[in-house]
Design a protein around this ligand. Sequence first.
Ligand code: F6P
Length: 319
Amino acid sequence: MKRIAVLTSGGDAPGMNAAVRAVVRKAVYCGCDVWGIYRGYHGLMNDNFKQMDLGSVGDIIHRGGTMLYSARSDEYRTKEGQDRAYANLAKRGIDGLVVIGGDGSFRGALHLADRGMKVIGVPGTIDNDIACTDFTIGFDTAVNTAIEAIDKIRDTATSHERTYVIEVMGRDAGDIALWAGLSGGAESILIPEQAFEMDELVERLKRGHKRGKKHSIILVAEGVGSGFTIGEKIKEMTGFETRVTVLGHLQRGGSPTALDRVLASRMGAKAVDLLLEGQERKMVGIRGKEIVSVDIEEAINHKHNIDLSMYELAGVLAI
Ligand code: F6P
């Protein structure tokens, strides 16, 4: 294994740059040639390669986004697109590819693996929705961004004695809402993994109000539905003055936290180790403090489970 390429794909996540840096530097350290592929699978199909050296990844460890850019590509879903992508790797003699992204990106990587490319996935998404790893790169930063916003909203919520609904990202997963809700002291957290009754939510709000709570914060994961719809219902059912904030893409940007930088550095380096060992179709993960590897198929065919005890604790502490 002497020639390695790396790409970032899907929604960007803070820490992707640190992961790219780790892949490039570790590969160069081990005597490999490394290529960066720009714009994910779109760039791979369109031959958007650049050979990387140590300096190519200087001054990026602290930057959000991805220096390799990212894209979501419909064309790559076609057999022609996948053939072209593989051919662009093969003509350079590249025998190992590191894909940094989410489960959709890993599914894309398997099309190349089926054609003979050795692929390793590194989980990079703010959603923390990938099985077989406790955390994905970008999640910690996104949660910290969310609680910074929640803390600010709390100030104005207190001043005006209002109810605030805050919608956070996560696609079909509730981890951002759960972690931001518990650390932000939310009264209620609505996540797709846990059914909830509007009546119970309203009861809880009214109870809090009666015993003197001046304001309430309700965290809604986007997978549950629109924060605006939930805000409207709350207003209608309680009569409380209610406002809605959708945090949106704010959560995808910003300088990665130390945790994300460390995670990305360890995972990126591990991906190169795996390729040099001759491994393929693997995803790097973290379990506890240990960096591990699992079959990509196992990761994409299972669901990432939320920690139910955290959900229950959030309910108890917001009593
Ligand atoms: O997967 C990351 C994510 O930010 C999700 O939380 C969100 O549902 C989606 O991407 C938004 O995608 P886009 O940036 O393409 O609008």
